[in-house]
Design a binder for this molecule. Sequence first.
Ligand code: SF4
Length: 481
Amino acid sequence: MPKENNNDEPKEYCGLFGINNNKHASWLTYLGLYALQHRGQEACGIVANNKGVLSIHKEMGLVSDVFNEAVLARLKGNMAVGHVRYSTTGSSVLKNSQPLLIDYAKGSVCIAHNGNLVNSLELRQYLEKTGSIFQTTTDSEIIIHLMARAKLRNLEDSLIYALRRIKGAYSLVMIADNSLIGIRDPYGFRPLSLGKLGNSWVLASETCAFDLVGAKYIRDIEPGEIVIINDTGLRSIKPKELHSNKHAFCTFEHVYFSRPDSVVFGETVHSVRRKLGSQLAQEHPVDADFVVPVPDSGFSAAMGYSQESGIPLELGIIRNHYVGRTFIQPMQDTRDLGVRVKFNLLRDVLKGKRIIVVDDSIVRGTTSKIRVRNLRKAGVKEVHLRISCPPHRFPCFYGIDFHKTSELIANKYESLDKIRQYMEVDSLGYLSLGGMLGCFKNSGIGNCAACWTGKYPVRAEKRQGKFSLETHCCGQGEIIK
Ligand code: SF4
């Protein structure tokens, strides 16, 4: 079952890293995971390949807590794969953390997965009924079981056999048959990039990981592409079974999840966010003294808003980056303590001012409301809230954990003004869908925006549905609640 998300922020599913042909493979993977920590903070792990012998270390916790010199020294070999995780499928226990390392009839295989399959229940039921025994409750393990079913000798054909049966969002980094493998689903929901470090190939969810290890960004793994990297070099295959004319790059990666210093889907995240902020200023102008970003993800959009409007940018909200996930509230009557411990206010700057607060999104609105109240207590005269995406109304089936649909603030209140009243702000403006998608270089054609529109590029399984292994197919525009 999905884990309850008590925090008021949506959660990413995972971050991936892989490298070949490097005697410091596990060390570099550790660094890569450091750069990707924002994509998952519950568990992390590394698998290293020493001439076909795979070793693993994974634990619950942050990269800095899980790995040390002694652990990394044990992860020998010149190829490694790493994973940081936030759980959206499978409970948050160590056995479900990744990479998964599994021995099967064809040898050892390790898999690290970012995304969610939309037909996992159906596939799992089918596989269990026909004899498969699962070690975890993650949907990633299904891929290995399907590979094991393939009565095909070579790795490539077994992989294609498995991949043509799974549906949904998957970027994968694997080790099998002494090869490092990178895969992106036919729609390309989640990012996966290819880099080069000397004679080593590197795979990572975001290019910020390349920067940290000193690798050069080469290109993205294309939707529906498999790259197989081994001693003979890099081979790219684009099986016709994985071909799709339509792509569905996750728009929310740019709006919120990815780091601003990453190049995602061919565009620098910071640059896109600035455009979103600039468009927001055009759509929702208001007179004020300052533009104040909600740190950290609201910074770039606030810069764009400020530039477009000519209203100066000012720091008014300061984020404490050292709040652990296990912060314990010491008293019952301090509901806003969790917000105050994370965000402090620059009272001298804010007192008596009219401010435009720029945030990337509102999910439930609880944190934003407390923040607005604290701004009022700090003496702010007017608070104008601007959001650099449209209102979220629908769930994501492709690896992002929003709250229950009924808890989303845009579903709780029937009008923008009702949301404004709840938030206790003087004015509220969301970026329009067209305005948001127009900020992408392809004007959003080929982007997924289902959490705003309810139009799902790949249909999710119905829990009681009758899809079969062969007939499950992609649909357009179906809202599944
Ligand atoms: S539904 Fe939203 S969060 Fe999920 S993949 Fe699509 S754009 Fe991204």
